[in-house]
Design a protein around this ligand. Structure first.
Ligand code: SF4
Length: 455
């Protein structure tokens, strides 16, 4: 297998026409791959087709000056149909192609090889990509060469802490649009302190982009070192932790808080938590370490619907977490899903009531997407063909619960956003809290998002 001197790392387009979509999340897994390829000796360029509005045929033209192409179809919080990856591979006929971090079944793996892929890696792909660049890649542990049989188990990186930090110097990080409720200062950069999640809520797409499907933590020292690197090399002032669930390992979380609180200059940061994993002690440490916001997955105003997802968190725990966060001066983002199995207009109203009762600083309402075709979901509703790909919310095939239709769901979704954000008391509090120009900028970005959600 020849070595690779020049490698193009490609994030596929959002659709076959190459529509431009600016995502709210920085493509951190692709940045990890690019760093590994560089460390293996390749000259690397990154092409984010969605960000640049590049369609598959143009990828082939741009790839001509490279020895090989690595495609990353399932980036963190960027759920895309596999068709766009297949179209890119098809257009690249004659080029060496590796498809990374794939978490698909046998049928889809076969399609990738039929389209022309040389390598398919299931799961964590940094080290296999480095081996491919060096010309030493061998099949095994999630790595398929030239046509595989059946579904490979996702490869799990056993030592995330020793991977090179994401290669943000190969990107234009300022071109992404992180959600304004997730940053306090700019520039903001993402950090993944752990991959995947040990829980198994049945609506959650985490296993799509962390295809090993296995919780993989890093050490507190490694995470703190990456934060220091982002500050010194890229001028980061704020960190958005992308861990699907921050603080799964309590001792690591407390040690990280201690390390971050001793860094200079200090960053501000936000993270995603489960209501049952944070308490007074941990929130106090997080606040001291610069945490300005937590996103809490509340999911539904219906306790029965929440229970049915397998999330294993109840409303009492959620209420306690929001009260504690307020006491520690940490902003809260309540995250809900509209359209889960069993949803009705009245349960959607219960969701809105809970969002308001929690007095969250912000709320977000995702439309349910059927990622996995589970029996529980299909027996209580149906999936509609066609993908909805947007920059801010979870994309995928629309799921429509029995008794509702797409227009009714859209109305319920808009009503949640409007009902939460257009309360006079809420508007008064937000406007009174404006202190400096950066707050105005965040407010402007938030209003643009809101206009998109309620229009
Ligand atoms: S706890 Fe959060 S990240 Fe983990 S599976 Fe559930 S929703 Fe997904």
């Amino acid at each position: 297998m020849p070595t690779i001197r020049r490698l193009l790392v490609v994030l596929p387009p959002a659709d076959l026409a190459g529509r431009r979509v600016v995502h709210s999340h920085h493509p951190i897994l692709t940045a990890y791959q690019a760093a590994s390829a560089e460390a293996a000796g390749a000259e690397v360029r990154v092409l984010d087709c969605a960000l640049d509005g590049v369609e598959p045929a143009l990828v082939a033209t741009l790839a001509r000056e490279f020895d090989a192409v690595a495609i990353h179809p399932f980036e963190y919080r960027r759920e895309l149909p596999i068709d766009t990856t297949l179209a890119v591979i098809g257009a690249l006929r004659g080029q060496r192609v590796a498809v990374l971090n794939v978490g698909l079944g046998a049928q889809e793996e076969g399609k990738l090889f039929d389209a022309g892929a040389e390598v398919v890696v299931h799961g964590d792909s940094e080290r296999p990509l480095g081996d491919w660049v060096r010309g030493t890649l061998a099949p095994g542990d999630g790595v398929r060469l030239g046509g595989g049989l059946g579904t490979a188990r996702g490869r799990r990186e056993s030592d995330l802490s020793s991977l090179p930090f994401p290669a943000w110097h190969l990107f234009s990080p300022g071109r992404y649009r992180p959600s304004p409720h997730r940053w306090r200062r700019l520039p903001t950069f993402p950090v993944l302190g752990a991959r995947s999640c040990p829980y198994a809520c049945d609506f959650c797409p985490q296993s799509i982009f962390h295809s090993s499907g296995t919780f993989s933590p890093r050490t507190a020292a490694s995470i703190a070192a990456e934060v220091e690197h982002l500050v010194s090399r890229h001028g980061a002032r704020d960190i958005e932790f992308y861990d699907p669930t921050w603080g799964v390992q309590r001792e690591v979380a407390l040690e990280l808080c201690d390390r971050l609180s001793r860094q200079s200059p200090r960053v501000t940061w936000s993270c995603l938590v489960r209501a049952d994993l944070v308490d007074d002690t941990l929130l106090a440490a997080m606040s001291r370490a610069g945490c300005h916001g937590i996103l809490v997955g509340v999911e539904s105003g219906s306790e029965a619907m929440l229970r049915a997802t397998g999330k294993k968190v109840d409303h009492a725990q959620v209420r306690a977490t929001f009260a504690l966060a307020r006491r520690h001066g940490i902003d809260t983002i309540a995250s809900f899903i509209v359209g889960l199995p069993g949803e009705t207009p009245s349960s959607a109203q219960a969701t809105l009531r809970l969002a308001c009762e929690l007095d969250a600083t912000y709320a977000q309402f995702h439309l349910a997407r059927d990622h996995f075709g589970r029996e529980r979901w299909l027996s209580r509703g149906h999936t509609e063909e066609g993908w909805d790909v947007g920059g801010y919310s979870i994309s995928g095939r629309a799921y429509v619960p029995a008794g509702m239709d797409r227009p009714a769901l859209a109305r319920a979704h808009r009503a949640c956003y409007a009902g939460f954000y257009l309360r006079p008391g809420y508007i008064f509090r937000r406007v009174s809290a404006l202190r400096d120009p950066i707050e105005l900028r965040r407010l402007g970005a938030g209003l643009r998002m809101l206009a998109g959600a309620v229009s």
